[in-house]
Ligand binder design. Structure first.
Ligand code: TPP
Ligand code: MG
Length: 280
């Protein structure tokens, strides 16, 4: 069934929460199959992806190349586990393909590649998502398209100059068709983000963006922020999301190092039970 929420209907909050939970379940199955993965980031971004794909994005899984589709760009290619989970939930990918995640020859590589159906850009080399989003936004507007570009990127990428150049470009070119989804999860590879990126929201505002800051694991806040980002006022929009790595699985939340998680085979069942207990 095509998923096209435009003009957006009243959000079905129960359905959105169910989708987010389904994404977490799917990701746990994928990560446990491999025994490891970027599961903490995936669990943290699940609410955002559910809100995007099942509420805000104008898209149609039956026509992945539809020229007027809204684009969702995942800049953090290493969050691929979350991308594949939502593409399967929305009907772009067959669920049977998911266990091949990260295997040699799989169409679902550990870092996203634009040959996978529904994946718009190549991930992996961080700091390039927002620049591509701005380029697409300008190009689509020149083509007369009403498509909008939703670009996820991370706090780690806020340490890269290319992200700030793109942020300036978006306001210079009056890209109110760009919505940045900034995943501030507080970590980058080996530990906390080290460069002084804060205050992120104030900085983006100073760069000419309309900015809100929310708890990125609060579905009500996500839906409200996305609705607020529809304003056509020539200013790009940013939603600064504070997310909790491992959200939904307390043992993973409590892990000191969450960037890349390896779990013993016999521990996965316990973690999966935790996920089900947390979901009410
Ligand atoms: C340009 C570039 N530099 C370094 C890396 C290696 N790298 C992969 S993930 C990562 C962490 C970046 O921080 P963030 O995106 O916030 O990731 P998180 O730890 O929150 O998943 C790094 C440095 C990369 N992929 N690209
Ligand atoms: Mg981070």
């Amino acid at each position: 069934m095509p998923i096209s929420n435009h003009p957006p209907s009243e959000p079905d909050m129960t359905a959105l929460r169910t989708h987010a939970h389904n994404l977490r379940r799917t990701m746990m199955a994928m990560a446990s199959g491999k025994g490891e993965g970027y599961i903490a980031q995936g669990l943290a971004i699940a609410d955002c992806l559910a809100a995007i794909y099942f509420y805000e994005l104008r898209h149609d899984p039956a026509r992945p190349d539809w020229s007027d589709r809204d684009r969702f760009l995942l800049s953090t290619g290493h969050y691929s586990i979350a991308m594949y989970a939502v593409l399967a939930e929305a009907g772009y990918l067959a669920k049977e393909e998911l266990p091949s995640y990260g295997l040699n020859g799989s169409s679902l590589p550990m870092s996203t590649f634009d040959e996978t159906v529904g994946v718009e850009i190549v991930g992996g080399s961080l700091g390039h998502g927002l620049g591509q989003a701005v380029g697409m936004a300008v190009g689509l507007r020149l083509d007369g398209s009403s498509a909008r570009i939703f670009c996820e990127f991370s706090d780690g990428e806020l340490q890269e100059g290319s992200t700030w150049e793109a942020a300036m470009g978006a306001s210079t070119f009056k890209c109110d068709n760009v919505v940045a989804l900034v995943d501030c999860n507080g970590i980058q590879a080996d530990g906390p983000v080290t460069v002084a990126i804060e205050p992120v929201a104030d900085k983006l505002t100073a760069f000419g963006w309309d900015t809100v800051e929310i708890n990125g694991n609060d579905m009500d806040a996500l839906v409200a922020a996305l609705a607020g980002a529809r304003e056509k006022n020539e200013r790009p929009k940013a939603i600064v999301m504070r997310t909790t790595p491992g959200f939904g699985v307390p043992t993973l939340v409590s892990r000191e190092r969450a960037h890349f998680v390896r779990v013993r085979d016999d521990e996965w069942d316990f973690l999966k039970e935790e996920l089900e207990k947390e979901y009410v």
